[in-house]
Design a protein around this ligand. Sequence first.
Ligand code: PLP
Length: 459
Amino acid sequence: MVKVRLGAVAESAELDWLIASHKSSPFLLNFTRNSFRTPRKRGSRLRVIRGLFPLEARPGLISLLAGKPNASTFPLTSIQLKVRSPTDPNEETVTEVSGEALAEGLQYGPTAGIPSLIDWVYGLQEQEHGRKTGEGWRVSIGSGSQDVIYKAVQALFNPGESVLVESPAYAYVGRIAHLNLVGTSDLKVETDSHGILSSSLRSILENWPAGKPKPKALYTVPYGCNPTGMSAILERRKEVLTLAQEHNFLILEDDPYYYLYYGKADRAPSYFTLELELPEVGRVLRFDSLSKIISAGIRIGFLCGPDPLLAAIDMHTAVASLQTPSLTQTITFTILNSWGYAGFKTHTERVSQFYREKRDVFEAAMRHHLDGLAEWDTPEAGMFFWFKLLIESEGEGDSESIIRTNAVQRGVLALPGTVFLPSGRKTAYVRASFSLLPAEQVDEALKRLRAVILEARSG
Ligand SMILES: Cc1ncc(COP(=O)(O)O)c(C=O)c1O
């Protein structure tokens, strides 16, 4: 049985109900009432306001409830969207957001997201991950996936609790700006180009001090990891899930590069899919992002996972911002709906091919300029090369001052690997993003980097 102690504003009555409904579910891990820490009064007041919103749709009901502004006073009357066709990017279609869709977009909406977009996400997750509605999971829309990751951490962890974080890790989680806010300690789990090293994970868990609560969750970016570019292979994913089951932790599957997979082999299923092979589900919180495939500025991401956890996470949205903006959700839904799932697939395949070509151009320039001066694995997803500078004859060396100072002086900007190591230790690794530059600039950047490395080797 998973006991998840939620760390913050989680409303008790709602959670009681959810837990009760889960007890009768054949699918779900059991969450127990004692698992939750809830400031009852404040939580119930929130429920009284936002929890009653859905009743407003009941026919015949006269609502004096919400302090919603009267939309007839708003200036916007319609929005015209010119959208690229997924099958032919040179072709544009014009779609209008008006009438009920615009009204929904201009008004306050449900904390978890507007129903049309949420339904669209259910359909997508069924197609992509084989997860059906009614299996005890649901969706919350966030202002980007970062928003829901942050809130999940706030909701799940109490001060002093431990979280397993793959290393190297996405800087905003790995360097733990926000994990530190809840005073949570992070434990680094080693990775290689095939994903999390289950031996490292097993060793942490099997040597865990007796009497100390085990880590509650593992954070991982399984496709085109930021910063390492690694994509976890099936075998590693299965090993991680087995350990999650044995040692009873959740998996925070942060997957913004999922649709940027361009490897030749069939892709490995997500953790969200793979948990269906376990005796019970409810162990995976899956974070998706539309930033890399629709727009980063539109700030739409979504979280899928067990109801009780999402209810607690939604409480954080309710107190932080009430909801993710309805208007960006409406615009996003209008685009996706005009494409349909088949159009979305075509679009994402085109985007991933775009990045594969960028990867190839970058790697060709790496081979040309950095052969013998750096080592790397070829990424099969995402937009990053993670490479080791061969600057020391003994030991690994440190890329930090070379990248921060010498490279900048020569006019090339990248990130030293230490930024992505939860321990902040020295490393010769560097992260370079290949998403933006045209071939000539890639060539020039790597030529400059070559000069920097040669200088470091001679000094
Ligand atoms: C690993 C990882 N997680 C989360 C995010 C945040 O994505 P979003 O734009 O959806 O908030 C990023 C952004 O680059 C990322 O690299």
